[in-house]
Design a protein around this ligand. Structure first.
Ligand code: PEP
Length: 247
């Protein structure tokens, strides 16, 4: 059995000192008394341990926003998958566009990160998405196909995988593709994913990019959309919880 739907994850990005993060986690715990789906948050690495502890006993998971492909070594500023696990994390975001485009991560390094994280038993949320220029040039599908085939080795464990479709031009911009567009892209992603990993029929497909309380229900009602990856709107407990409830 895969993860219970809806699967709604919050990427806190580089926001929150310890006190704010604990308050946000606490507000979610108060709301999520008996969630029937899957809820998770991805705080900054500096507060991962505190947030994971605050979430203990709840059904909300805590994960990291990235991990290094190597287990240890001279990689200043990086954290390994085993460190994520040691800090209480059970999941990790891999290939977020702010790392692909802001920090130059390519599919080859992402592929190694996916394997490193799964090697520690972490759930991997692999983020894929096209840029605005690729979208306008009709290159979206080619880009997504490459990200799936090059980012996922054939040995990837489908039971420890979530795929998040996040058009780069929709992240933090208030813009989203049309509902038809999202549905068509998710159907394409499901076909590509199963073509790559035959066991991936049940891998949750999340949409991410300017998901808000006002558009979450329509997006998550689409076929092959199993939930959402939420950035900005996940920093407000009430808003994030209402997105989860819309799913
Ligand atoms: C994200 O960071 O993954 C994201 C989807 O951001 P936002 O919801 O703010 O567009």
């Amino acid at each position: 059995m895969g993860l219970a739907r809806p699967v709604v994850f919050g990427n806190w990005k580089m926001h929150g000192l310890r006190a704010d993060s604990l308050a946000l986690a606490g507000s979610l715990v108060e709301r999520a008394v008996r969630p029937t789906g899957t809820l998770g948050v991805f705080p900054p690495a500096t507060v991962l341990r505190d947030v994971a502890r605050r979430l203990e006993g709840s059904r909300i998971l805590a994960g990291a926003q990235d991990c290094h492909p190597e287990a240890s070594g001279a990689f200043t500023g990086s954290i390994s998958a085993s460190m994520v696990k040691d800090a209480g994390g059970t999941a990790v975001l891999v290939g977020h566009s702010e790392r692909r485009h802001g920090l130059g991560e390519d599919d080859a390094v992402i592929r190694r990160k996916v394997l490193a994280a799964q090697g520690e038993g972490l759930l991997v949320v692999l983020c894929v998405g096209e840029t605005e220029a690729e979208w306008q040039a009709g290159e979206r599908e080619a880009r997504l196909r490459r990200q799936i085939h090059e980012g996922l080795a054939e040995t990837v464990d489908a039971a420890l995988l979530v795929l998040a479709y996040e058009p780069v031009w929709a992240i933090g911009t208030g813009r989203t593709p049309s509902l038809e567009d999202i549905a068509g892209t998710h159907a394409f992603l499901r076909r590509e994913l199963v073509g790559r990993l035959p066991a991936a029929q049940d891998v949750p497909l999340l949409y991410g990019g300017s998901v808000k309380p006002g558009n979450a229900a329509d997006i998550m009602a689409l076929p092959d959309v199993d939930g959402a990856l939420v950035g900005g709107a996940s920093l407000d407990a009430a808003g994030f919880w209402s997105i989860y409830q819309a799913g």
